[in-house]
Design a protein around this ligand. Structure first.
Ligand code: PMP
Length: 428
C-alpha cells in the first residue's frame, strides 16, 4: 500500500506539472530508482529484468561511461567552435566502423535532430522534396521528422511530400522475393510523387523496421530497394537509432547485415549509453550539397563530455566483445523463445537479429489475426513478473524484446519463464 501511495503521488504530480502529451508505461506505473547492467530496481527495492532498453545499450550505469564523463566534465565542456581532440579521435574511430565511402561525421543530441538534418541533406543533394518511409515508421519529434513518422498516429499529419510503403514483413507479405516486392513498392511511390509534381529526395528507413514490428530478414532484402532509390536520383538514409552499435550481432550496423551502403547514416540512442549524443555520418559528396551553402552548429552536439561518453561506449563494445555476445546470446534467446511458439497457438512468429527480437501474437496460427489485447495483457503480466518490455508493429501485437547488450544467457530463463507464465495466465 505504501508503494501504491508513492506511485499515486508521483503520477498526480506528473499530471499537474508535465505537459499532457507524455505517456506512461503500464497500468501500474514503475518507479525506478537504480540500474546496473541489464537490471533495474524500483523504489520498493524490487529487481527487474530490462528487456526494452537500447539506450543503456552496454548496460545501465556502465562504469566506463561514468568515469569518462566525470573526468571530462572536471576538465572542460564546450562546443565545436574550438579545437578539441576528442571529437576528432572519436570521429576517426566511429568512421572506421563504417564503409569507406562514408567519411564524414556531424554531431547533435537526439535521433530526431540527426534525421531532421538527413532530410535537409537529401533535399539539398537531390533538388527534390519527396521522402519515402514505411507505414509505421518513427523517425523523430521535430516538424520535419514527425512529418515522416506515421507511427505518431492520425493526430499527427504527414507532410504532403511524404509517401508510405508497406513494411517488408516476411510473416505477412506473400511474395516469392521480398526484396523485389519491396523495391517495387518504393518505385510505385516514387511514380506517385512524380504524378503529383513532387521530386523524389530519399528513402529513410530503420533497417530492422522496429516500429513496423521488428522485421530483420531475410538478410539482403534491402539491396534492390537501394538500387531503385539510386536509379531514381534519391539517397538512402539508414536510421540506425535502433539497430546500430552492435545490436543485431552479425554486424556493427543494421544496414550492414543487408550488404548495402547508405548515403547517410543517422544514429542516437545507444551511442552515449544515456548521455544525449547523436550523429549523422555521410558520404562527403552527398553532404557537400548542403554544407557548401548552409552552416551547421549544434550547441551541445559533439561536446567533449558527449564525445567522452561515446568513445567509452565504442571501446566497451570492442573490449567486452559485445557484438559477438549479442549474436551468440541472441541466437540462444531466439531458440528458447521458439519453444513458446511450438507450445502456444497464439505465438505466430518469432524473429530477430542478435538481441533484437520480435515476438508476434495472433489469435491463431492459421488466420494470423493480430492479437493486440493479448500483447497488452502479456506486457502487463510481464511487468508483474518484473520483466520490462513493450509492444511494436502496426497492430500493436508484437512484443519488442531488446535488452541492454549486458543481457546474459543466465537471464534467458527469467524472460522465457515469465513469458510462459504470462501466456498461460492470459493466453488461449
Ligand atoms: N529514429 C528511430 C528509429 C527511433 O526509434 C527514434 C526514437 N524512438 C528516433 C529516430 C528519434 O530519436 P530521439 O528520441 O533521440 O529524438
Amino acid at each position: 500500500a505504501g508503494l501504491d501511495a508513492d506511485v499515486r503521488k508521483l503520477t498526480d504530480k506528473r499530471s499537474r506539472v508535465l505537459g499532457e502529451s507524455y505517456r506512461l508505461f503500464y497500468r501500474k506505473p514503475v518507479h525506478l530508482v537504480r540500474g546496473e547492467g541489464q537490471y533495474l530496481w524500483d523504489a520498493a527495492g524490487d529487481k527487474y529484468l530490462d528487456v526494452y532498453n537500447n539506450v543503456a545499450s552496454i548496460g545501465h550505469c556502465h562504469p566506463a561511461v561514468i568515469d569518462a564523463v566525470c573526468q571530462q566534465m572536471q576538465q572542460l565542456n564546450t562546443h565545436t567552435r574550438y579545437l578539441h581532440e576528442r571529437i576528432l579521435d572519436y570521429s576517426e574511430a566511429l568512421l572506421a566502423t563504417l564503409p569507406a565511402e562514408i567519411d564524414r561525421a556531424m554531431y547533435m543530441c537526439t535521433g530526431s535532430e540527426a534525421n531532421d538534418l538527413a532530410i535537409r541533406i537529401a533535399r539539398a543533394w537531390s533538388g527534390g522534396t519527396g521522402i519515402i518511409v514505411t507505414q509505421e515508421a518513427y523517425h523523430g519529434t521535430s516538424d520535419l521528422t514527425s512529418g515522416v513518422s506515421p507511427a505518431l498516429g492520425s493526430g499527427q499529419p504527414l507532410a504532403a511530400t511524404t509517401r508510405l510503403v508497406p513494411p517488408p514483413d516476411r510473416y505477412r507479405v506473400d511474395a516469392p522475393d521480398l526484396g523485389e516486392w519491396f523495391a517495387n513498392e518504393i518505385q510505385k511511390q516514387i511514380d506517385d510523387m512524380a504524378a503529383h509534381g513532387i521530386k523524389f529526395a530519399g528513402f529513410l528507413a530503420d533497417s530492422i523496421f522496429s516500429s513496423d514490428g521488428v522485421l530483420p530478414g531475410p538478410k539482403g532484402f534491402l539491396q534492390k530497394a537501394v538500387e531503385v532509390v539510386h536509379k531514381n536520383g534519391g539517397i538512402f538514409i539508414a536510421d540506425e537509432v535502433q539497430p546500430g552499435f552492435a545490436r543485431t550481432g552479425e554486424a556493427f550496423w543494421g544496414f550492414a547485415r543487408h550488404g548495402v551502403v547508405p548515403d547517410v547514416v543517422t544514429t542516437g540512442k545507444p551511442m552515449g549509453n544515456g548521455i544525449p549524443v547523436s550523429a549523422l555520418l555521410a558520404k562527403s559528396d552527398v553532404l557537400a550539397a548542403f554544407s557548401d551553402d548552409i552552416p551547421y552548429f549544434n550547441t551541445f552536439g559533439g561536446n567533449p563530455v558527449a564525445m567522452a561518453a561515446a568513445q567509452a561506449v565504442l571501446t566497451v563494445i570492442k573490449d567486452e566483445g559485445l557484438q559477438e555476445h549479442s549474436r551468440t546470446v541472441g541466437e540462444k534467446l531466439l531458440a528458447a523463445l521458439l519453444t513458446l511458439k511450438d507450445k502456444y497457438e497464439c505465438v505466430g512468429d518469432v524473429r530477430g537479429a542478435g538481441l533484437f527480437i520480435g515476438f508476434e501474437l495472433v489469435t491463431d496460427k492459421r488466420s494470423k489475426t493480430p492479437y493486440k489485447q493479448l500483447a497488452l495483457d502479456v506486457t502487463e503480466r510481464l511487468r508483474e513478473n518484473h520483466v520490462l518490455t513493450s509492444v511494436a508493429g502496426p497492430y500493436g501485437n508484437v512484443l519488442k524484446l531488446r535488452p541492454p547488450l549486458a543481457f546474459q544467457e543466465s537471464d534467458i530463463d527469467w524472460l522465457v519463464g515469465a513469458l510462459d507464465k504470462s501466456l498461460t495466465a492470459c493466453g488461449r
